[in-house]
Design a binder for this molecule. Structure first.
Ligand SMILES: C[S@@+](CC[C@H](N)C(=O)[O-])C[C@H]1O[C@@H](n2cnc3c(N)ncnc32)[C@H](O)[C@@H]1O
Length: 262
């Protein structure tokens, strides 16, 4: 089995897993490089090293710049990759289900102030915008993801959301109506810190929380799982199943902390 980087989901895709496995060790500490690069450099790098895709996902109406087997770094020596692991170049199954759900039920976002935390390629932030959200913030600690999100918004003819790259987990909660978490329960430490921070956001601002997850072990085994109600489940398209070995469905969950009392 290929060992993956610390931030990589354990129930990983065969292709995506191999891809990230190659990045292990070589890229984990490269954020200092991306922070020193101009947006212009990052943009042209993304243009050269991704392909417009997304039609094979649960949201074919959203176009995204993603890694595909046609891209150079699918096979290139990972030490040549100049940034942190490119999570933003994959459209994760949890984010796909969440975005599909938002597009199918726009009233969930309509006129709302929405935070997409761990936004990656920005697809769920884009879905929130398309569904009529009043204000959308995309937050990802990888600054390259912010540039990718801008480019993906442009691809879809949308003005970009506000992109923040600070770690918001644990910070003073802001008054968001809705927090979106697409495939963020891939690491137990992140899941646990997220859980307490979400409770704080709900207590202080009554924020609603939606989680998209394809049944990863860290999610299914986490304490938050029994406080969730499933809102929707989607069968993953064939190509997404093939890429994500072992995953067949992805669900959207609504967090109800009051279930603690029952
Ligand atoms: C598995 S990807 C999911 C991306 C996207 N939501 C999707 O479903 O396609 C997880 C993302 O979370 C980001 N991330 C990890 N820790 C974070 C944190 N503390 N705050 C914000 N983003 C974080 C990573 O950089 C990565 O882009």
């Amino acid at each position: 089995m290929i060992m993956l980087g610390l931030l990589t989901p354990t129930k990983y895709s065969r292709c995506v897993g191999q891809f990230f496995g190659r990045f292990k060790q070589t890229n984990r500490h490269r954020s200092f490089l991306s922070s020193g690069q101009s947006d212009e450099y990052i943009r042209s790098f993304i243009t050269e090293n991704t392909e417009t895709a997304g039609e094979q996902s649960l949201t074919p109406e959203i176009k995204l710049r993603l890694f595909t087997p046609n891209c150079r770094f699918w096979r290139e020596r990972p030490e040549l990759w100049p940034f942190d692991d490119p999570y933003w170049a994959i459209y994760w199954p949890g984010g796909q289900a969440l975005s599909r759900f938002l597009l199918d039920t726009p009233e969930v976002c309509q006129d709302k102030k929405v935070l997409d935390l761990g936004s990656g390629c920005g697809a769920s932030a884009i879905a929130a915008k398309l569904s009529g959200a009043a204000h959308v913030v995309a937050n990802d600690i990888d600054s390259v993801a912010a540039v990718a999100t801008h480019m993906n918004c442009e691809l879809n003819g949308l003005a970009p959301p506000i992109c923040l790259t600070n770690n918001m987990i644990g910070s003073e909660p802001e008054g968001f109506d809705l927090i979106l978490l697409g495939d963020m329960f891939y690491d137990e430490a992140i899941a646990t810190s997220l859980h307490s921070w979400l409770d704080l956001c709900i207590k202080t601002h009554g924020t609603a929380v939606l989680i998209g997850d394809p049944g990863r072990a860290q999610f299914e085994g986490h304490g938050i799982r029994r406080l969730l109600r499933r809102l929707a489940q989607f069968e993953l398209p064939e190509s997404v199943r093939e890429e994500n070995y072992g995953l067949t469905c992805s669900s959207v969950w609504h967090y109800h902390p009051e279930l603690y009392l029952n």
